[in-house]
Write a protein that binds this ligand. Structure first.
Ligand SMILES: C[S@@+](CC[C@H](N)C(=O)[O-])C[C@H]1O[C@@H](n2cnc3c(N)ncnc32)[C@H](O)[C@@H]1O
Ligand SMILES: [Zn+2]
Length: 275
């Protein structure tokens, strides 16, 4: 019951060799002491430290550990349980592994792999579980052999449909969670004078012919934050973190309470073929 890895350089299978993994062409990758593998070659990085930085990762961990998104995890697990055969699961853009570790712990018999481009996120994820294959890699070029996953989840992360289709088994499913226009409206109203709508369901526009949207629903919950740390952590989990100016940040740093709508689209996409 192993996740089958692919060499990021020559695309040959990777096999365990001592504490490393290596391919037939002798490309070798060390396992970090935390247990994850870094399979993102430096010539494929667009920046020195791609993905979420340490501040964002720490904020996400603090926030999620408080259980504010517990209802989201439960809704996600319910969707995953509805799939026939969901043993091998990939969390693409897994961040610091909150959902990945919940899937591994709560979905019976699951074998789980979490991939994120941020090394800091994967280091944090490795602390959540030793029973998950954690990889630093990009969803745009997954270091994974083809047709091995029953399920892929993508939670507030980038989707690369050709890669998802490649690593999914025929008949496998992809579950995505994306924000709707109303998601975190109260937070956005504090930050912006004029709240611009999120482009909704944009990620579903370029589905390849072998992937089909089979289900779409909205998950709506109310979240009550009762201290400023939680509000600032929530900010650091969102793209607004990059857009907010100092004045807006100061305004937010005085806020002690925020009641906020969680409003997410749950989309299920199926790869053609029989399970
Ligand atoms: C909004 S966070 C969501 C993280 C996690 N799914 C969660 O909901 O807690 C988006 C994540 O995508 C990662 N990311 C960005 N570009 C990526 C890429 N090309 N491949 C893999 N991960 C990527 C970031 O490092 C970040 O951890
Ligand atoms: Zn190789």
């Amino acid at each position: 019951m192993f996740i089958l890895l692919r060499c990021p350089i020559c695309h040959e299978p990777l096999f365990a060799r001592g504490s490393c993994v290596a391919c037939a062409n002798n490309h070798q990758f060390d396992r970090a002491r935390q247990g994850y593998l870094n399979l993102l070659p430096s010539n494929k990085k667009r920046s020195k430290q791609p993905g979420d930085d340490q501040t964002m990762v720490a904020a996400r961990t603090r926030f999620l550990n408080h259980g504010y998104y517990q209802g989201v995890v439960e809704a996600l697990l319910e969707v995953l349980r509805s799939f026939e055969g969901n043993q091998y699961t990939l969390d693409a853009g897994c961040g610091e592994g909150y959902y990945t570790s919940a899937i591994e712990a709560q979905l019976d018999g699951s074998v789980v792999c979490g991939v994120d481009i941020s090394k800091q996120a994967v280091v944090a994820a490795s602390r959540r579980s030793k029973d998950i294959t954690w990889l630093v890699a990009s969803v745009s070029e997954l270091p994974l052999m083809a047709q091995q996953f029953d399920t892929i989840v993508s939670i507030f992360s980038r989707c690369c449909w050709p890669e998802f289709a490649r690593v999914l088994k025929p008949g496998g499913h992809i579950a995505t969670l994306t924000p709707t226009e109303r998601h975190l409206m109260a937070l956005r109203q504090v930050i912006y004078e004029q709240v611009r709508p999120y482009p909704q369901d944009k990620h579903l526009q370029n589905l390849p012919a072998n992937l089909q949207l089979v289900h779409s629903s909205t998950l709506s919950q109310v979240m009550r934050l009762g201290n400023n740390q939680a509000i600032m952590d929530l900010l650091a989990m969102t793209p607004h973190y990059w857009h907010i100016n100092n004045q807006q940040k100061q305004q937010l740093s005085k806020l002690e309470r925020l009641t906020c709508a969680l409003d997410m689209r749950v989309s299920v996409i199926r790869k053609e073929g029989e399970v």
